[in-house]
Design a protein around this ligand. Structure first.
Ligand code: HEC
Ligand code: HEC
Length: 203
């Protein structure tokens, strides 16, 4: 009986260790706050918000930056070098539980962006973004589709351009590279501004 109990305790502690620790992540986030904000809301629109983003998506991005060849950034790259897998899990647990960014409709929802997001463009073979990023832009954690609602528009335009140039190539089945190849700069801007201004349900 004693043996069974200690085996069960061991299992529980293994489960606890495999997930991120929110409090530890909060402490480790001090160095990230300069750019991503104390509450995960970026200090500049060229940097991404992390608040309320899916934890598994965040961990994947940190790993991809560390690999360098999958997602390359001279700004973000140096900050992942020293991170262990446990650090990544802790940071992701912390950021994913922060309140999601508010919709940022400053530039307004452009009609062209809304049409593209919701319906794609059949003639140009652009898939509707809604299919993966969801009706309120909250993505799908299990599938690895990131939340895009309330994200910084200039950051998203830059990412679409990086997918188009092949500089960011960490997307499964090249789905975002294929999609962005068909987007003009005007379309990227319109759809990014629409996504930034999308309202969403609470996490
Ligand atoms: C000097 C500013 C700066 C600091 C400090 C910084 N980052 Fe970043 N971060 C960026 C930039 C810029 C990007 C976008 C890079 C690109 O172009 O792909 C980014 C992207 C990210 C992403 C991807 C977000 C997404 O939506 O795909 C994650 C996750 C992230 N950072 C986490 C962190 C963590 C965790 C730390 C602290 C250990 C940190 N960052 C420190 C600037 C910074
Ligand atoms: C079939 C699914 C799918 C469709 C359709 C799709 N996306 Fe994505 N998108 C993804 C996945 C998966 C990622 C994350 C890839 C990774 O880094 O793992 C992503 C990432 C992104 C990002 C980067 C987010 C960040 O935080 O860095 C933006 C911006 C984006 N998509 C915009 C769009 C737009 C605009 C459309 C429509 C024109 C679209 N997506 C259509 C699956 C999709």
């Amino acid at each position: 009986m004693q043996k069974i109990i200690s085996f069960m305790l061991l299992c529980f502690s293994m489960i606890a260790n495999s997930a991120g620790d929110v409090a530890a992540g909060g402490k480790k986030s001090a160095v990230c706050a300069a750019c991503h904000g104390v509450q995960g809301i970026a200090a500049s629109p060229i940097w991404p918000n992390l608040a309320g983003q899916h934890a598994n998506y965040l961990v994947k991005q940190l790993k991809d930056f560390k690999q360098g060849n999958l997602r390359d950034s001279s700004v973000m790259g140096p900050f992942v070098l020293a991170l262990t897998e446990q650090d990544m899990e802790d940071l992701a647990a912390f950021y994913s539980r922060l309140p999601r960014p508010k919709a940022n409709p400053a530039k307004g929802l452009t009609k062209a962006g809304e049409l593209l997001y919701r319906g794609g463009d059949f003639e140009k073979h652009i898939p509707a973004c809604i299919a993966c990023h969801g009706p309120s832009g909250t993505g799908n954690a299990e599938a690895g589709f990131p939340m895009v609602s309330g994200q910084q528009a200039p950051y998203m335009v830059a990412q679409l351009q990086q997918f188009k140039d092949g500089k960011r190539h960490n997307d499964l089945n090249a789905i975002m590279r294929d999609t962005s190849l068909r987007l003009s700069v005007d379309e990227m801007t319109a759809v990014a501004e629409y996504m930034a201004g999308m309202t969403q349900a609470a996490p």
